[in-house]
Write a protein that binds this ligand. Structure first.
Ligand SMILES: [Zn+2]
Length: 388
């Protein structure tokens, strides 16, 4: 194997040994990140963790930039200079889905080989993994083999509206993108394809009237919306991986009023980029059954799918080889959730996602990582930075 020619066979062993010796310190840093709560919708909290994290990467020799945002926290970019190879982007986010105060009922906890805490799996461990992969390369090789840009976004959990331009711009300068979102399953699988994600808002305007005195002149927006939801649900096509979920519904004012207004918020997922326009046409062509009502549709797919294409497979196969040299198997999976990796793949930059923590419970109360996997994940990241 070429890799074996370049590095002594003991290279993997010494890297793993180093990663194991770094584990206590890395977990200390991880705890400091978990205990800095950072819900996407709390700008000050995300700013604080971005500033703190910038300091951590600066201590490792990076040059950090905090891109201020109006609505969300800072976008954190850190650049490391390195050898002659083309630069690589390490992508992740600092925000979590957990509200401030969650820590009080879901504290950092180590139990039976698992470490629990809000955001630990999605994806504060991934941030620590990037940092310690860089440190490991510096210690073991005396420097970095290539320039590295670390991009940590403040708004991934709410659709990445503010950070998307940064993600795309920085990815374009790089040969590939490694995404340290959590891995999948007990064996820590990579995510070689992700569905595209979007949402629609379907608003119905009816004709209000008194439910007792004047029932017949009313046209209920609620009734109309209920009928439309039946239709919308039929857009789901499980065979082709298209799902449509009316997840939020609201409308009406009082029980004795025929509702003037009702709306539904609908989550959509597609497997292929080409499925989005057809789905969009179906939403746009919704017609009211009661002609006195009108329907307004807005939204669309905002994160195109990460398709399992050739570029991704090349990266995945390298990662799989590296993992096997490190002594473990690295499976691949396809998942329904989107990430910022969807953006970079969509603009044609080779992207490999799900390189982060092994664990479970993203967005759930049992969110945790598996402690024993920590050194291997750091080593995997380090070798990928070197090899790609
Ligand atoms: Zn995430």
């Amino acid at each position: 194997m070429k890799r074996r020619e370049r590095h002594a066979e003991t290279s993997e062993a010494s890297l793993l040994k180093l990663a194991r010796s770094m584990k206590p310190e890395a977990l200390g840093i991880l705890r400091s990140l978990v205990e800095r709560e950072s819900p996407s919708n709390n700008r000050d909290a995300v700013n604080a963790i971005a500033e703190y994290t910038a300091g951590l990467f600066e201590q490792a020799g990076g040059r950090s930039r905090l891109h201020k945002q109006r609505e969300y926290g800072h976008v954190l970019q850190v650049d490391f200079s390195g050898g002659k190879k083309q630069g690589i982007l390490l992508l992740g986010h600092l925000d979590t889905v957990w509200e401030m105060g969650t820590l009080a009922r879901m504290p950092w906890k180590v139990s039976a080989g698992k470490i629990y805490g809000p955001g630990i799996f999605d994806m504060k461990f991934g941030v620590v993994q990037m940092l310690y992969a860089i440190k490991a390369l510096q210690q073991l090789r005396g420097g970095l083999p290539r320039p590295i840009t670390v991009l940590l976004n403040p708004d991934e959990e709410v659709g990445s509206r503010a950070s998307r331009p940064f993600t795309e711009k920085l990815a374009k300068k790089c040969s590939s993108v490694l995404v340290f979102e959590p891995s999948a399953g007990a064996r820590g699988a990579c995510k070689t394809s992700r569905k595209g994600v979007g949402d629609y808002r379907v608003r119905v305007h009816g004709r209000p009237s008194h439910a007792g005195l004047d029932f017949e002149t009313g046209a209920s927006a609620i009734l109309e919306l209920a009928r439309q939801i039946e239709k919308i649900s039929e857009f789901t096509d499980l065979k082709h991986g298209i799902t449509v979920n009316p997840g939020v519904i609201s409308g009406g004012t009082r029980t004795n009023v025929v509702a003037e207004f009702a709306e539904a918020l609908v989550d959509v997922r597609v497997t292929k980029t080409s499925q989005a326009p057809a789905l969009d046409r179906r939403f746009r062509s919704l017609k009211p059954l009661d002609r006195r009502c009108s329907i307004e549709v807005s939204g669309g797919v905002n994160r195109g799918p990460l398709e399992r294409n050739k570029q991704t497979l090349v990266l995945y196969r390298k990662a799989k080889d590296i993992a096997s040299d490190l002594g473990f198997e690295l499976p691949e999976v396809s998942v329904g959730g989107g990430s910022d990796g969807n953006f970079t793949a969509a603009i044609g930059i080779p992207t490999l996602d799900g390189l982060g923590a092994v664990g479970d419970g993203a967005h759930a109360v049992h969110e945790h990582i598996v402690e024993a996997e920590v050194p291997r994940r750091i080593a995997l990241a380090a070798r990928l930075i070197e090899e790609l």
